[in-house]
Write a protein that binds this ligand. Structure first.
Ligand code: X2X
Length: 337
């Protein structure tokens, strides 16, 4: 049976309209780029990123088509960092602390208990501290967008019991992302940190390889970690974000006018995502309780004191250097350690 153009068009009409438009857009695009991230589709990062790529395609007249690959679809964080460096993907969002495996001082924004609240986070990350870190990232031959995306203040979850004081962290088998600072912090707590990419966290908790992990509520919720964790302790032990990185060759292949459009919409999306995450993190405690989690709110004093007594702040001040540490202390408005 010959497939006439008419029957093909009728068949095509059955395909959801948006994918047909998107497919057609990709066909005519001069720049077909891939953006990878490690978060579930339902996380605000992916909602806002989709808005941004749609606006970019619209404003560039289809010349720039960016396809989103969420939830570690193209590989785990450490693989994807190599991919964005090589050009295997053109865009990738990554925590400053995991990025520090390449850009050592990028993790400075994740120092334990540095930010008292969001009141200090955005002026710092949109100000001198963010500018300093972006400068360090650019030295590694990566392009980085101006506005960091929000991950949130991190909380400790456990399958064995609530964390009330630093004492409860002794010997605690906790998963941490692949980063020297995370390992250092939980070693200072005398825990047993295991470096595992986020792609493997759910299964590591489910099989008991580790007893706990730490993440903001928006991730505990969207990654359904409440299914494999009973307790959530609101330690707020660090603030974390995601730098939106671009492969330099791919970025510079676009003419200046297209780069401006791409940067504009990605940075707008970052600011909108920050508001979404803050709203989510403010409302998710009840949601997690309704999903069976027991939530406690420990005081920060014993944790902060344990880090100071263990030389954690002195160690990282030495590693980052006096100048960087001074930028951090000015940004957070307090002496650390
Ligand atoms: O790996 C994690 O825990 C996550 C998802 O928060 C980061 O990307 C740092």
């Amino acid at each position: 049976m010959s497939i006439t153009r008419r029957s093909l068009m009728i068949g095509a009409a059955a395909v959801p309209l948006v994918s047909t438009i998107r497919y057609a857009g990709a066909q005519t695009a001069e720049f077909n780029y891939k953006y990878a991230n490690n978060l579930p589709l339902s996380h605000p990062m992916n909602t806002r990123a989709q808005e941004a790529v749609d606006a970019i395609r619209e404003e560039t007249g289809g010349r720039v088509a960016i396809q989103i690959f969420p939830n570690n679809q193209l590989g785990a964080d450490t693989d994807m960092l190599s991919q964005v460096r090589s050009g295997g993907v053109e865009f990738f969002t990554l925590s400053p602390l995991i990025l520090s495996t390449l850009v050592a001082n990028a993790s400075i924004s994740g120092i334990g208990f540095a930010f008292p609240s969001y009141d200090q986070v955005w002026p710092a990350m949109d100000g001198d501290l963010g500018a300093y870190v972006r400068g360090e990232i650019e030295k590694a031959n990566l392009v980085v967008m101006d506005k960091i995306w929000d991950n949130g203040f991190r909380q400790i979850t456990s399958s064995v019991g609530p964390i009330n004081t630093a004492e409860d962290l002794k010997g605690f088998k906790i998963r941490v992302p692949v980063s020297p600072l995370w390992t250092s912090m939980f070693t200072a707590f005398e825990s047993a940190p295991a470096s595992i990419n986020f792609a493997e966290v759910y299964s590591a908790l489910q099989t008991g390889i580790v007893d706990g992990q730490e993440n903001p509520l928006a991730i505990i919720s969207t990654a359904k970690l409440y299914e494999v964790q009973k307790y959530c302790s609101m330690t707020n032990h660090m603030w974390d974000g995601f730098w939106f990185l671009a492969n330099k060759r791919a970025w510079e292949a676009m003419p200046e006018d297209l780069r401006e459009v791409v940067a504009k919409h990605i940075n707008e999306a970052a600011v909108n995502e920050r508001a979404d995450v803050a709203d989510l993190n403010a409302t998710l405690m009840d949601d997690l309780k309704s999903n069976g989690m027991e939530i406690n709110e420990p005081q920060a004093d014993s944790f902060r004191q344990k880090l100071a007594d263990g030389g954690f702040y002195a160690e990282w001040k030495e590693k980052y250097g006096e100048d960087a540490w001074a930028i951090l202390e000015k940004a957070v408005g307090t002496k650390l350690g």
